[in-house]
Design a binder for this molecule. Structure first.
Ligand code: NAI
Ligand code: SF4
Length: 443
């Protein structure tokens, strides 16, 4: 099934009501990345308020707010803070700013437009878990974002929000902005820790989780940029306010990154649980002449859904019920003119390239899946190739060392479920081959 979503001159009222700029509210204010402008826009008020709470009360408050991680897994933030043992040994806060999931573009604009909200969130979170050193691991290619954050850290330090005896409370904190090693796998939390320690970024075995054995083998709390940048807003607005912004069982707002066949792709901050139909309306409708056929709710590592799911509320539970994962809310929108077999081939090439090579199922499985896709797309595929893809996915899912291997199977299994006929069209010669088999060496 494919669905036409017209682009009304103005989205319907119920779609417009889903737009809730909180984390993105300063993005349109000129110069909001500078401290003086940030302060005029309520900046660092939340820090002053948070420092009046005890550390334990702050953690309980965050648990009450129902705030869940914005990096993909949706783990409750307050619970993560609570995991860090309060036993006097050195421990750290690490912010994962290695945004790399295909289709995802929420953390980079946030760091560019409103870096102080992240730094303010880092100070509040570090205070809650009693950490005196925090690290922000920024994706290697994003030199501009790292520069902007370093500037924000310098300004915050000069103003007494960072360093020794913050705002006269006796709390000390140093923040290090670290430029990453430019590999997708360094966004996996344990590979990130290895990379931060100066080693080659490869995942570690979990458990033990970083909460007890993290950076330099010390207890470490790792949160995503979006999770931490929301903290000052939640502290100011209150736990109930944050809950009310979302929908049942899904507190707060989320930045949905829309890309693909819509008229106005971009970041839309809406209540958690906004549907794809509403998002497409907010984005001006589908591109002229295109009908929705399938989409990813949260990046290429989440199973694609067909147009039938257009009215599924995009929150953690409802997306899971529909057979996918909310992930990073990187909503990639494909039309009747976008072949799902080609889309999967491109993604599998990405995973094969980014596989760190540590474990056999992922290293070999992704390499061979690329070869099978190229055989199918060059018109030399056989019916048995579909079984081969399914069997490769079975050997990857749950048998890989980290989430990259599991995530790679999502597009293959979901596209075979919804769009088997598209594969058969290449195999049976109903669709023209995409490549010259001889040229790419497809056998
Ligand atoms: P996970 O569910 O294994 O873990 C989530 C978090 O909870 C981790 O920080 C983990 O340390 C912690 N945790 C889980 N169980 C715990 C326990 N028993 N004790 C202490 N801590 C515990 O998910 P994972 O592998 O960290 O992330 C997967 C997600 O990341 C995927 O859903 C994907 O959407 C997303 N992702 C995001 C990317 C991005 O660019 N933002 C890139 C690639 C994937
Ligand atoms: Fe490396 Fe892939 Fe294994 Fe993860 S699943 S450890 S990325 S080879």
């Amino acid at each position: 099934m494919s669905v036409t979503v017209p682009g009304p001159r103005r989205p319907r009222e119920d779609a417009l009501n889903k737009l809730k700029p909180v984390v993105t509210k300063r993005w349109m204010s000129p110069g909001a990345w500078k401290l003086d402008v940030y302060e005029q826009l309520d900046g660092y008020k939340a820090l002053r308020k948070a420092l009046k709470y005890s550390e334990g009360d702050l953690i309980s408050f965050m648990k009450d707010s129902g705030h869940r991680g914005r990096g993909g897994a949706g783990f409750p933030v307050g619970m993560k803070w609570q995991f860090v043992p309060d036993d006097g040994q050195e421990h750290y806060l690490v912010v994962n700013a290695d945004e790399g999931e295909p289709g995802t573009c929420k953390d980079l604009p946030l760091m560019m437009n409103d870096p102080h909200s992240l730094i303010e969130g880092v100070i509040i979170a570090s205070y809650a878990i009693k950490a005196s050193r925090a690290f922000v691991y920024v994706r290697g290619e994003a030199i501009h974002a790292a520069r902007r954050l370093r500037n924000a850290v310098r300004e915050a330090k000069e103003a007494g929000y960072l360093g020794k005896d913050i705002l006269g409370t006796g709390f000390d904190l140093e923040v290090v902005i670290h430029s990453g090693a430019g590999a997708y796998i360094c966004g996996e939390e344990t590979a990130l820790l290895d990379s931060l320690e100066g080693k080659r970024g490869q995942p570690r075995l979990r458990p033990p989780f970083p909460a007890t054995h993290g950076l330099y083998n010390k207890p470490t709390c790792i949160n995503n940029v979006g999770s931490i940048a929301a903290v000052p807003h939640i502290v100011l607005g209150g736990a109930q306010w944050w809950k009310d912004l979302g929908s049942e069982n899904a507190a707060g707002t989320m930045i949905y990154s829309l890309s693909g066949r819509v008229k106005r792709p971009g970041q839309y901050e809406c209540s958690l649980g906004t549907t794809l139909r509403e998002l497409i309306e907010l984005a001006g409708g589908m591109e002229e002449g295109h009908e929705l056929r399938y989409f990813t709710p949260g990046g290429s590592s989440t199973p694609m859904l067909s147009a039938d799911s257009i009215d599924v509320p995009l929150d953690f539970d409802n997306v899971a019920k529909a057979g996918s994962i909310l992930g990073t809310t990187a909503v990639m929108i494909f039309s009747d003119q976008d072949c799902p077999v080609v889309a999967c081939w491109r993604w599998i090439k990405f995973y094969a390239h980014e596989s760190c090579g540590k474990c056999t199922p992922c290293r070999e499985g992704n390499y061979w899946m690329v070869r099978v896709y190229e055989r199918i797309l060059s018109g030399r595929g056989q019916l048995s190739d579909l079984k081969l893809l399914e069997s490769a996915c079975k050997n990857l899912l749950g048998r890989s060392f980290c989430g990259l291997g599991d995530g790679a199977t999502s597009c293959v299994t979901s596209s075979l479920k919804f769009f088997r006929q598209d594969y058969l069209d290449y195999i049976e010669g109903h669709k023209p081959a995409l490549f010259d088999a001889e040229k790419i060496g497809a056998h």
